[in-house]
Unconditional design. Structure first.
Length: 732
């Protein structure tokens, strides 16, 4: 292949390519041959003779480029030269395929911003549109309205983005998350709502001025209203962190009221017992109402609010009763059939000296949490000490897995509640590895180029969110959900800057990246493991540099994605074909997770994965382990929790909990073309079965989604992977 030679060393010509989006990139001669090879493989049988012809054509193309364009060349000029040389060589079939590919790419770029084209896909129930979110039922009107609005928002958003960012997203180099909401609207992503401040100081929703509640029942009713309004004003999840602690004062108000009644009507020796018993019932009823409220809410975006409850650190009688009520209510289930509640996600904190050990004061509640996890998959477990080590202070994740970093206000007080994330952009790491063809220097060159695009995307995301006004989302900015309350004409950036808010760089496919360089069985290869850790460290270092430059906390986020592990793989299959251990699986491994095809034990999996959040992915992470039916063996789950405590910060449980109400079978249902079927009696009626699966960081009920029937068997056969455990039925 013709290139310049200096001191008998072949080098690339020193030419810059002007991309369609205006970027200047180094000319890469190998891409000419790769494009010709790809087109040729579509139309002819490959042979040494064909390969020699393609090599000759490539050399003539490169020679003409060097002769005519010594400095810069536009991408379409390269393509024109390639087409001319193919025709001159009488390679008409290859030329036709090459031109066809170019045309299809142009069509795809245009269609992505064509609202009419996207609306047609929605009307025709295209799977990529209606199945983007496992907890959105596209059969109902409000979800259809949201999907329609999302199509419009996505089309406009792609036009608003910097052209090179939009181009990289459409090609699959990066993924600009939640394009149906952002940047068309300057919405934030997820948050820890400042419930304590809102309940203590009152707030306003619509035309109602809401005072501080005088009972735990009123407090939980207000919480559900806050959640509904916050979820309609942002697009990500929200968390009620340390809910047992901030609700305890309102339960104590109930107790005082019952004590006052007891002094009138109950004999003296029984008064306190009477008050405690009545308060215990109030707590249970309030927490049960909250669970039902959350599961019956629908926000403006057509789904139940993605809500998490963090708890477990409270030690008073009231705090303990709230914890026990949350867990007991979840164990008992919803309705007369006791179905598993999908929301809220429960996150239980384990702490040494409090509830970790059998002789600790709250160990009984940990035992109840373990029972709940074996029967309902929730709660997930937070390790108190490890979260502090990884993130700088203790807090629950914002919704699914996004973690704030430790941050102190102007008074030196650590602040968690009332803070938020501004959005996520995810990097397609396997594509970089495959484009490098196993050349480590080339990998890092491409990595740095894509990191710059990701930076530009994240900076644009920050700048766009800053364009909001408090009047756009009063519940967030004016009435306390984001902590500090702004005037209607205030500056929302006051709540984002100085690293108060995070904005996140996601990533997918460390397993596939290492497979390119070290083969598909690299997990015990120390050099391969260190390579993947270095990638995370380099992302972390870049994010720290960006944080210093801009004053917002850029964090590395192990991406939550129901569809992106598919999308990237599908696009790369089109680009590279079927590649063993990479695209042949029809999914990419999410973030840092262990290859599920190896079926590691929970202990092996945790030991493998524990290094990645510590290496830099502390802005968002979760670990999952796969188990058989655990309901009769909670001690097995406790062994994993205890093993995980000093190793990982955040651990979820994946265990079969499907139930048939005809024959009372409990376990793992069989996926078929008609849906999920009870393996004991063959029942697949959604009305009489309860099928609950992990869909990324949350649970989902795929049997209740008619639009996905017919795909269950296909999905099960692929054994796709979202969260690093062997998930047979991932987000649909």
């Amino acid at each position: 292949m013709i290139t310049r030679e200096e001191n008998n060393v072949v080098v690339q010509p020193d030419i810059k390519v002007i991309k369609r989006d205006g970027r200047l990139v180094n000319f890469d001669a190998t891409k000419i041959y790769s494009a010709l090879l790809k087109a040729s493989m579509k139309v002819t049988r490959m042979s040494p003779l064909v390969e020699a012809k393609l090599e000759s054509i490539s050399e003539r193309v490169i020679a003409e480029i060097i002769e005519r364009f010594p400095n810069n060349i536009k991408i379409y000029e390269i393509q024109n030269i390639v087409e001319h040389e193919l025709l001159a060589a009488n390679e008409y079939a290859i030329a036709k395929e090459y031109i066809h590919y170019r045309t299809q790419r142009d069509f795809a770029r245009s269609q992505a911003t064509d609202i009419n084209f996207s609306i047609d896909k929605l009307i025709n129930k295209d799977q990529t549109v209606v199945n983007e979110n496992a907890n959105k039922d596209s059969e109902v009107f409000n979800t259809q309205r949201d999907l329609t609005a999302g199509i419009v928002g996505k089309s406009i958003g792609l036009k608003m983005l910097p052209s090179h960012v939009a181009n990289a997203h459409q090609k699959g180099d990066i993924h600009y998350h939640d394009l149906d909401y952002s940047p068309y609207t300057p919405m934030t992503n997820c948050c820890l709502i400042d419930f304590k401040g809102m309940l203590d100081n009152g707030f306003k929703i619509g035309n109602a001025e809401v005072e501080s509640p005088k009972s735990i029942q009123t407090a939980t009713a207000q919480i559900s209203q806050i959640i509904a309004n916050v979820a309609s004003s942002q697009y990500g999840g929200c968390t009620a962190d340390r809910i047992d602690e901030f609700l305890a004062p309102y339960a104590e108000l109930n107790f005082k009221k019952h004590m006052a009644d007891a002094e009138k009507w109950v004999i003296e020796d029984m008064r306190e017992n009477y008050a405690f018993e009545k308060t215990q019932k109030d707590i249970y009823d309030a927490m049960q109402s909250l669970e039902y409220e959350i599961n019956t809410l629908f926000t403006s975006n057509g789904q139940t609010p993605f809500t998490s409850l963090g708890f477990g650190l409270g030690t008073s009688w009231f705090e303990r009763e709230i914890q026990k009520a949350i867990l007991t209510i979840r164990i008992n289930g919803l309705g007369s059939e006791h179905r598993t509640a999908i929301f809220p996600k429960l996150i239980f904190t384990v702490k040494r000296g409090l509830n970790l050990e059998p002789d600790s004061p709250n160990y009984d509640i940990k035992t109840l949490a373990l029972e709940c996890a074996t029967k309902r998959m929730y709660p997930d477990m937070l390790s108190y000490d490890k979260i502090i080590a990884l993130t700088g202070s203790f807090k629950s994740p914002m919704g699914c897995r996004s973690f704030l970093q430790g941050w102190k206000d102007e008074n030196g007080q650590d602040v968690t509640s009332g803070r938020m994330n501004l959005g996520v952009v995810t990097l397609n790491l396997p594509r970089i590895a495959m484009e490098s063809n196993g050349d480590m220097d080339k990998f890092w060159e491409l990595f740095n180029e894509r990191m710059q695009i990701s930076k530009d995307a994240l900076v644009y995301r920050v700048e766009r969110v800053k364009e909001a006004t408090p009047a756009n989302a009063p519940i967030l900015y004016q009435y306390g959900a984001f902590g500090k309350r702004l005037e209607k004409t205030g500056n929302v950036d006051d709540l984002f800057k100085n690293r108060r808010a995070t904005v996140s760089l996601g990533y997918i496919g460390l397993y596939e990246v290492a497979s390119v360089f070290y083969g598909g069985k690299w997990e015990n290869n120390a050099e391969a493991k260190e390579f993947t850790l270095t990638i995370v460290k380099e992302m972390k270092k870049a994010c720290e540099d960006w944080s210093d430059e801009y004053g917002y906390h850029f964090s590395v986020y192990s991406t939550p994605s129901e569809s992106l592990t598919d999308r990237f793989c599908r696009l790369d299959t089109e680009k590279f074909g079927i590649v063993t251990d990479i695209t042949d699986k029809e999914y990419y491994t999410n973030s840092f997770h262990y290859d599920v095809r190896k079926n590691p034990t929970p202990f092996e999996k945790l030991d493998f994965e524990k290094d990645y959040p510590k290496a830099g992915a502390s802005g968002g992470f979760i670990h999952y382990c796969e188990y058989p039916v655990l309901q009769q063996n909670p001690k097995a789950l406790e062994a994993v929790w205890d093993y995980a405590y000093d190793r990982v910060g955040y651990l979820g449980t994946n265990t079969p909990i499907d139930k048939c109400y005809k024959c009372q079978f409990e376990g793992d249902f069989t996926p078929t073309e008609r849906g999920f079927t009870c393996p004991n009696c063959g029942n697949n009626d959604p009305k009489t079965v309860d099928v609950v699966k992990r869909t990324c960081g949350y649970l989902g009920n795929p049997q209740a989604r008619p639009m996905v029937n017919g795909r269950h068997k296909e999905i099960s056969a692929r054994v796709k992977h979202m969260n690093g455990s062997t998930i047979k039925y991932p987000g649909l």
